[in-house]
Design a binder for this molecule. Sequence first.
Ligand SMILES: Cc1cc2nc3c(=O)[nH]c(=O)nc-3n(C[C@H](O)[C@H](O)[C@H](O)COP(=O)(O)OP(=O)(O)OC[C@H]3O[C@@H](n4cnc5c(N)ncnc54)[C@H](O)[C@@H]3O)c2cc1C
Length: 215
Amino acid sequence: MPTAPSPRSRVRRLHDKAAYDRATIDAILDAMPVAHVGHLVDGNPVVTPTLQWREADRIYWHGSSASRMQNRAAGAEVCVTVTLTDGMVLARSGLEHSFNYRSVMVFGKAEVVEDPVAKAAHLRAMMDEMFPGRWDTLRPMTAQELKATRILSLPLTEASAKISAGPPTDPVEDLGWPVWAGVLPIKLTLGAPEPAPGLAPGLTIPAHATSYKIG
Ligand SMILES: Cc1cc2nc3c(=O)[nH]c(=O)nc-3n(C[C@H](O)[C@H](O)[C@H](O)COP(=O)(O)OP(=O)(O)OC[C@H]3O[C@@H](n4cnc5c(N)ncnc54)[C@H](O)[C@@H]3O)c2cc1C
């Protein structure tokens, strides 16, 4: 279902690159776990990089219960951004140089997941989304670890996507300028797995270690 933009989520600058439909927004969120959480600390803006994951109509991020970001963002208005860089765009003039990208901005009041059972389920979902089946193979989480973890969440009700793609958009009078122009594609890929030192004997690389797709 399309998400209608609110006054603060309506793209004004280069609005032809905007999208508000959930399919577009979800695809970007699902392709990039790295997010930046913008929040205020004593009235000053702070943008904290962290990991996000999506479950249905919400995004989640977690951290130490003692983390400043977790404490200050809890219950407060935040803006979470997720960005994928797809290419560097070299144009005929400096002004027209740009990036190709897919990005999302989500606004709202960060809600704390309080219920320990729900918290544990969300942590499992985070792991399963990236590495299906891995949670059940891990040393079980302790009650203390769960207590020391805070999970924050935002609904995807106020969000925008902006997508920039394609070749440089030089004005027609610049096209004959004798300089190379084009796109340098950026591909984000995972490398070959590197086993940790001290692995228990007899272990092989699990399928989920090579199946994750990023970007
Ligand atoms: C990798 C990368 C490189 C960029 N490089 C530049 C640059 O060098 N210079 C530059 O001016 N801009 C750059 N942008 C675009 C930048 O993110 C902003 O869209 C742009 O600066 C306009 O900002 P604004 O606040 O004036 O937009 P407005 O259109 O006024 O913003 C209004 C609303 O539109 C939405 N919105 C705006 N930008 C985005 C976005 N990127 N993704 C999702 N929603 C968005 C938000 O909901 C925002 O509140 C870059 C973006 C990316 C991802």
